[in-house]
Design a protein around this ligand. Sequence first.
Ligand code: NAI
Ligand code: MG
Length: 798
Amino acid sequence: MEQITDIMRTMEYGPAPEASEEARAWLKGRAAGIGHFIGGSFTRPGDERFATVNPATEEELARVSQGSAADVDAAVKAARAAFPKWSRLSGHQRARYLYAIARHIQKRQRFLAVLESMDNGKPIRETRDIDIPLVARHFYHHAGWAEMVESEFEGFSPVGVCGQIIPWNFPLLMLAWKVAPALAAGNTVVLKPAEQTPLTATAFAEICAEVGLPEGVVNIVHGDGRTGAAITAHEDIDKLAFTGSTEVGRIIREATAGQGKKLSLELGGKSPFIVFEDADLDGAVEGVVDAIWFNQGEVCCAGSRILVQEGVAGRFYDKLRRRMESLRVGDPLDKAIDVGAVVSAEQLERISALVRQGEEEGGRLWRAPAPLPEKGYFFAPSFFTEVEPASTVCGVEIFGPVAVAMTFRTPAEAVELANNTRYGLAASVWSENINLALDTAARVKAGVVWVNCTNMLDAGAGFGGYRESGFGREGAREGLYEYLVSDVERALKPGREETPFVPRGAPEAERRFAAFGGIDRTAKMYIGGKQARPDSGYSYDVPGKGGVVIGQAPLGNRKDIRNAVEAAARAGGWGGATAHNRAQVLYYVGENLDMRREEFIALLVESTGQSAKAATAEFDTALRRIFYYAAQADKYDGAVHATKSRHITLAMNEPWGVMGIVAPEEAPLAAFVSLVLPAIAMGNRVVAVPSTRHPLLATNLYQVFDTSDVPAGVVNIVTGEKDTLARILAEHDGVAAMWYFGSRAGSAMVERASCGNLKATWVSDGKTRNWLDERQGGGREFLRRATQVKNIWVPYGE
Ligand code: NAI
Ligand code: MG
């Protein structure tokens, strides 16, 4: 028999299983199968069903209906029918429903925690203390937004019917992240849970019925990727929100191209966990536990790449190995368990295969010595050392309890390693030096940065990725925007599709000089602060008023775009300049343009044939825009969120980096300026394609930029055939975000071509705007689109 003294020495405790009777009774009541929740009631379980299992025991928990396209359609119809009434309720009335949902979740907290744990395999400690409380918090927080949405988002209205597809790693929490903001804003939803974890969504549907949520406001359709594809394809869905793998995110981006749907993607990650030599190493070790062994490492923002400063690496690894020895792996319902089961046999196999590959490629694997249960899908917490940045395990998201560890020498090297990934979801920075920590936080390309903490989540702070981790945010004010449309945007109408102007290239001819009375009307492109001739050597005739040729413009090609993107990439200092400095430069642009007023107005008349009065109005609009965005440069700033106690959460508006901007054909001066100025005011560098038909207004601006101290590479102008250049920009991996104003077909093409690096896009869908109108052509919305929010969490206190 074990002696007390033995127990005191080993600190081993016996099993402390959470009671699961209530969850089992609930399952028993659904032994006949689980249907969908459509229009306020559960459907009879269909013929095609799939099993959901408990990954810790491999026992089947329930059989769930596989949603067909017809089921999806029925759910969308129910959501559509419910939308008018739901969206017209006052915010206060909607808030009451959200409060009620939050309260019912709290009331059933224990049951939901157990059910979640059984379906997913995650430890009860986590579902009880993290998942479910955050679910309730999310509904409370968004009940608050519902209360305020009319006053805080004036000029915005709900999008409509939202399709939402979620993964299995935080089943109910991901549901809450999707449903709460959608409902708060006045939308109705069709949500598909992951096929591995459908149970808590079903329990949630029951809660919706219990609180008397109007029929059709929330619809749940179960099924696998086929059901997800049916939601993606459905034409009566106005917005899609997806969380899951980057592969499927890409499929969805491609499938929705040209559909005019709003889209947000929250995808994978390979987030760095940076430990500087002055860090509290014990704290950082606990950080690793929470970063990569929490939730079996099945966390999109998991700190899966540990980067340790060389001088402390040996000590840090020792501490980590020692800590690993005390991790307990086993029955998720045991309250004393640290690591539960991986969600499925497939996921276990995926993890195992990647780990084998890591070892084959020379990595050294350190595995927690914890004994694993015989049955169930378990993987011991592990980490790799002796890996190269180029090895598979350093690049691929393993989505299991396996980190890779590498060393660095200098802070600069740490940042370089941290950013050496196609993802950009999160990062964790450990240092007792606040300057170093914040400097690193600023330089890491990730949507969330935790200083001396990790995996902190709260409804009051936005969450979402940079780069191939997706676009759009969940939580906070920025998350609400994903579920709203501005009245301005909604009122835009498809323009008359004019026959596109197809420039006909010919080798550049000197004879043109003479033809324009000695004025050089052979425009050049503007790349890296210099005038540039086209790589092709071809130019095209620019038609003016009445069709007469008024000049020539270069016919840009792939090489020119590449050069422009490289020049823009090199101009990174612009984003680092103070907002005040950027403002000064932009004011100067305005002043210098104003000095050339007559010339530009005359050129507008000559180019477009509009009256002098109309041209003057366009010029004045362009000028006003410049001053407006100069003024905004140091004012469109971030927020400090109230999240956890003794934390500040800084929401910073960061520039995308290099943006591709394709201007519309109309309003060749005002539209060009209205698009380029907000982008550069926020610190982006731009590769801009001006109106194909009227490019001279933009090419003439180069002198204005030049004399106004706009640094080389901040604005690059490539002229030529619009959609050809748009495609090259959209496909370019060096471009982080893309705005396209042109035809419907062109918009679809840009969305499709952007799926390579999943750049954020803003396209016009063939709708035209009045660029001279204050609200259609300018305002804060352009600044919002020119930035992405980075949240930096900093704890304080001893
Ligand atoms: P997945 O991306 O296939 O699944 C996520 C959701 O998308 C599920 O609801 C699924 O049914 C749905 N889906 C699948 N194919 C679809 C399609 N063609 N159209 C619409 N919806 C579709 O992820 P999966 O297969 O479960 O896991 C594979 C890997 O993805 C994991 O090993 C992990 O690396 C990554 N992953 C990342 C997540 C994250 O939050 N970043 C979440 C889940 C998985
Ligand atoms: Mg399951």
